[in-house]
Ligand binder design. Structure first.
Ligand code: 5GP
Length: 121
């Protein structure tokens, strides 16, 4: 699947569309989801052009992969929901059509600030 440069997260990354930024470094950008499903609902996205998790796993460099995972922990800490700063959270990735992915740029959802309930409702 080729990357669609017109997707909404590509536009957020390029600054064409604003976001409520939580954190940014060389590898990731994190911002609040526009339609929060829990008290805290953050998104963490890689800066590289990756459509989904499979694309990322196959094509990202080791540095980018480590950068994204470290970024998730940094954001969770910043939000006070990581294991050492809070009560934990749910990280979720939707992949492709059956996964319910709407935006074709890889993103991790971080849900927290309250119990996240059953895994699949
Ligand atoms: P998906 O279903 O692809 O895993 O999740 C896409 C997420 O992006 C949804 O939770 C949706 O609310 C969020 N979203 C869609 N458009 C925007 C936007 O323009 N800004 C932000 N911050 N989030 C968005």
């Amino acid at each position: 699947m080729s990357y669609d440069d017109t997707n909404i997260f590509a536009k957020i990354l390029s600054g064409q569309i604003p976001c409520k930024k939580i954190y940014e470094d060389k590898f990731v950008l994190s911002f609040y989801d526009i339609n929060p499903q829990k008290k805290i609902h953050a998104l963490v996205i890689p800066k590289g052009r990756y459509s989904n998790l499979d694309d990322f796993s196959l094509n990202a460099s080791s540095e980018e992969i480590v950068g994204l995972l470290k970024g998730i922990n940094i954001v969770a800490k910043k939000l006070g929901i990581s294991i050492d700063t809070g009560k934990g959270y749910r990280a979720l990735v939707n992949i492709g059509e059956h996964g319910g992915q709407e935006v074709p740029h890889l993103h991790f959802h971080l849900f927290g600030g309250e119990s996240t309930g059953r895994m699949i409702e």
